[in-house]
Design a protein around this ligand. Structure first.
Ligand code: PLP
Length: 442
């Protein structure tokens, strides 16, 4: 068939997906794949859930589109209410809707800046973020991201903002180990704030557990509490990027809850609609919302598809489904089993680290397990593993550059929360077979 789609990988022959049900996707030839990464960590309640399809249909029959400057809808109000119900604090109670993760991050940056501006703190505009992170593909989000390969082509177009090193215990950027660690990575935020000038900093943004760029890197206990303390000390807004890890993925409604920290802003997307429609949300503390309401009365921002009724109805139904089926607790319980099973792979050649939280896990591959030396980038180890697993009927989410922005190989695994234990075992068997096969040819 003549195909005019501009694809992501311009040299790849894409398989045509025909239908999907539960944790499975079927291609046009009827081959079945386990959606072991929920696409890009999106599919959480499974594919083709009848209740969600019905909600989409019902909303389409009523009203599919109104512009956010003209109307609100019952669907939007109900969705916001269900999101707020899930937040870790009563204060986090206003929701700005967008169409995805990058838009949510962009929105949070502008919101933070407008907040300080309206307060008369005109010098506060810089946003500090971390190396080795991902916050999206649009220019503001890309500037905050810390993935060198993804930034390289666009360097002249992006703003240069301060970045600190991540909390990455397997490869501590400060050369520490479990015994000697004193959370230097968190303290480096304070040092950077001082060098940049506290009066110039608007916000600090980070993923509570690093996803796409490093492969489920879980911070050390105490890290987030220290970060929060520093933000409060210097009057800086804390933004948790929960685009990937929010909505139950790590076994809590929002991932940052694992450490008892309440941020000022949470950005989320992906699992917010379980993949049924594009949607994202910026959840803000009441004080931010109220200040803007009482000062200028308008957040100077807006997107044509914000609050589009179809996404609102669908997202709302997805959250209802998660609640009705206790899927967040299921993600926590199954997560322990999942990680235990995945750790069986640690004995294989080239498997350096297996880590994660809830149903969010990463496997980091290394050429030398003792020295943690990485593969040459040309080998594309993680892509090869993902391609082999795909041939064997398992979808994973490969990544590279987690070590220094260029080097490093990992895959992410984040199956739908409805997966069964036997299916997890099948995933691990396929992975084992696929890693062994690739190990033979590199
Ligand atoms: N933030 C994080 C943590 C992400 O993982 C992603 C996407 O992977 C984004 C932001 C950007 O989201 P989107 O691709 O929906 O624009």
């Amino acid at each position: 068939m003549y195909d005019q789609v501009f694809y992501r990988d311009l040299n790849k022959e894409y398989i045509v997906a025909e239908r999907a049900k539960g944790i499975y996707i079927y291609d046009v030839d009827g081959k079945k794949y386990i959606d072991g990464s929920g696409g890009a960590c999106v599919v959480n309640i499974g594919h083709s859930v009848p209740e969600v399809i019905k909600a989409m249909h019902n909303q389409a029959k009523k009203v599919s589109y109104v512009h956010g400057s003209h109307f609100t809808t019952k669907a939007a109000m109900q969705f916001a209410e269900r999101i707020v119900e899930m937040t870790p604090s009563e204060d986090l109670n206003r929701v700005y809707f967008v169409s995805g993760g990058s838009e949510a991050v962009e929105t949070s940056l502008k919101l933070a800046r407008q907040y300080w501006d309206e307060l008369g703190e005109y010098t506060k505009f810089k946003v500090i973020s971390r190396w080795g992170s991902y916050h999206g593909t649009s220019m503001g989000a890309l500037a905050l991201g810390g993935h060198t390969s993804r930034r390289r082509h666009f360097q002249p177009l992006i703003q240069h903002t301060p970045h600190i090193f991540p909390c990455y215990c397997y490869r501590c950027p400060f050369g520490k180990n479990k015994r000697t660690c004193d959370l230097e990575c968190a303290d480096s935020l304070e040092r950077t704030i001082k060098y940049e000038g506290p009066d110039s900093i608007s916000a600090f943004i980070a993923e509570p557990v690093v996803g796409a760029t490093a492969g489920a890197v879980v911070p050390k206990e105490g890290y987030w509490a220290r970060i929060k303390e520093i933000c409060e000390k210097y009057n800086i807004l804390l933004i948790a990027d929960e685009v990937m890890v929010g909505i139950g993925r790590t076994g809590k409604n929002f991932c940052i809850e694992h450490w008892g920290v309440v941020p000022d802003i949470i950005v989320t997307a992906k699992g917010l609609s379980g993949g049924y429609t594009p949607v994202g949300a910026v959840i803000v503390k009441q004080k931010i919302h109220d200040l803007i309401r009482d000062k200028s009365g308008q957040f100077v921002h807006g997107l044509t598809f914000s609050q589009n009724p179809l996404s609102m109805a669908v997202g709302s139904e997805v959250l209802k489904y998660i609640k009705d089926h206790n899927l967040v607790s299921r993600s926590a319980e199954l997560g322990d089993f999942f990680l235990k099973k995945l750790k069986e792979l640690k004995g294989l050649d080239y498997v350096g680290d297996v880590r994660g939280l809830g149903l969010f896990a990463g496997i980091e591959f290394v050429k030398n397990k003792k020295t943690k030396e990485t593969f040459n980038t040309g080998i594309k180890f993680s892509k090869k593993v993902a391609a082999e697993a795909f041939r064997n009927g398992l979808i994973t989410y490969p990544g590279a550059g987690g070590v220094d922005g260029v080097k490093g190989d990992h895959i992410l695994l984040c199956p739908p929360y409805i997966i069964e234990k036997e299916e997890i075992c099948e995933m691990v068997d396929i992975l084992k077979k696929s890693i062994k096969k690739v190990a033979k040819i590199v």
